[in-house]
Design a protein around this ligand. Structure first.
Ligand code: PLP
Length: 416
């Protein structure tokens, strides 16, 4: 026998296993609403036009250093543009450079293996050094948060995120739980925009109250930022919550896990960064210590994050013309998703499908909790070859003009 024969069973990652089942299905009518990736109106992946232009530019420069090791912390040019995108440094007119410099010093950034790697690295740093009593995870959430914090060895608790009756963010439940049950240095996971899987976000007023609560209770916000610009088409708007925390609760130290998978369509390239935001009263030695500890973890795990995709992002964000083109590509993606939300809504209304469907157009980002039960999800896959997560989460961009009527008909059929 093998020393591995007693290994525990590990759960399959649901989006990837649903994707596998979809690929094996030979029915021509099949529709994939499982995995969170952007698809065009003919159902194909879309390398962003601006990414292709940047790739050509990089190739033409033929830099002999292009395959060299980078620093353990990553490419400084990429990191500074990545931080600017999140925090808006230098974006507001009339802010003196000295103020911006002070603000920049509150942020320690390191390149990561995309958003997942940023979540994992931040969790490990906190687990080893701050030793939080527990991490508060929204219920529901992106399932990988459980795995990530499991690996970090931090006890996990849930806060009630979703109001299934009103199909909105459950502010009262969240506020009640975080204000009565948390202790100093507990971590709270917050989706910065376009909550996965529900598509339901806090309002600005609710974010303001949550920021104050974090300050009062001494809890550590951990922002997961996987959809900046992809959600609304406006990168500034999607970073509103993080910028609010940054400018208004100066004593709160927090983490931001930034992914470029969706907003640059660079899924397999693994581009991301982790930003650690320090209190405005942290002494001058703290940023250096934080960076040294992050580098220590990275060095022992994989030495440094890959450089190819980060080079593309740096080329685009560092060039005014390409940056404009990126904003156009973001608009193309977010508008198509919005259009599909409206198309699905209109079809369900046209069919007279029982229920209130306004959440389909009110929710934001790649996903919607469409409102099917687990048995209805089973039925829609069995009878109609429509694939989605068993929670009823659908990835909107799997729909297009050719299949949205079919999807609506299938939903209608399993609901009646
Ligand atoms: N966080 C959330 C909420 C996500 O939905 C995703 C991707 O689906 C990620 C993080 C990380 O993705 P990646 O590791 O590809 O950047």
């Amino acid at each position: 026998n093998s020393m591995f024969s007693t290994l525990p069973e590990t759960p399959l990652d649901e989006p990837f296993s649903v994707n596998g089942a979809y690929k094996q299905d030979c029915d021509p009518k099949k529709v994939n609403l499982g995995i969170g990736v952007y698809r065009t109106s003919d159902g194909s992946p879309w390398p962003l036009r601006v990414v292709e232009e940047a790739e050509r530019k990089i190739y033409e420069t033929n830099d002999v250093n292009r395959h060299e090791y980078t620093a353990i912390s990553g490419d400084p040019g990429f990191l500074s543009l990545a931080a600017d995108l999140v925090f808006g440094f230098g974006e507001e007119k009339g802010v003196p450079t000295s103020v911006t410099e002070l603000e920049r010093r509150r942020v320690v950034s390191i390149q990561t293996v995309s958003g997942t790697g940023a979540n994992r690295l931040g969790a490990e740093l906190l687990a080893r050094n701050v030793r939080p009593g527990c991490v508060w995870i929204p219920d529901p959430t992106w399932a990988n948060h459980y795995t990530i914090w499991d690996l970090a060895g931090v006890p996990k608790k849930r806060y009630p995120y979703y109001d299934a009756t009103r199909k909105t963010f459950d502010f009262d439940g969240t506020f009640r739980t975080l204000s009565t049950s948390t202790n100093k240095n507990d971590v709270v996971i917050l989706h910065a925009c376009a909550h996965n899987p529900t598509g339901a976000d806090p309002t600005k007023e609710q974010w303001k109250i949550l920021a104050q609560l974090c300050e009062e209770k001494g809890i550590i916000p951990f922002f997961d930022l996987a959809y900046q610009g992809f959600a609304s088409g406006d990168a500034k708007k999607d970073a509103w919550a993080i910028r609010h925390f940054f400018h208004n609760v100066h004593q709160v130290e927090f983490c931001v896990a930034q992914s470029f998978s969706k907003n640059f369509g660079l899924y397999g390239q693994r581009v991301g960064s982790l930003h650690m935001v320090l209190s405005s009263t942290a002494t001058r030695d703290v940023p250096e210590k934080v960076l040294a500890n992050l580098c220590h973890l990275v060095r022992g795990e994989y030495s440094m994050a890959p450089r190819g995709g980060a080079e593309i992002v740096k080329t685009v964000l560092g060039n005014e013309d390409l940056r404009e083109k990126w904003l156009e590509d973001l608009t193309t993606m977010s508008e198509r998703i919005q259009n599909m939300r409206h198309a699905l809504f209109n079809e369900l209304i046209r069919l007279g499908t029982p229920g209130d469907w306004t959440h389909v157009t009110n929710q934001i980002g790649m996903f919607t909790y469409v409102g099917l039960t687990e048995s209805q999800v089973h039925a829609i896959t069995e009878r109609h070859h429509v694939y989605m997560l068993k929670s009823g989460r659908i990835s909107i961009s799997g729909m297009n003009e050719n299949n949205v009527q079919y999807v609506a008909m299938a939903i209608d059929d399993v609901i009646r």
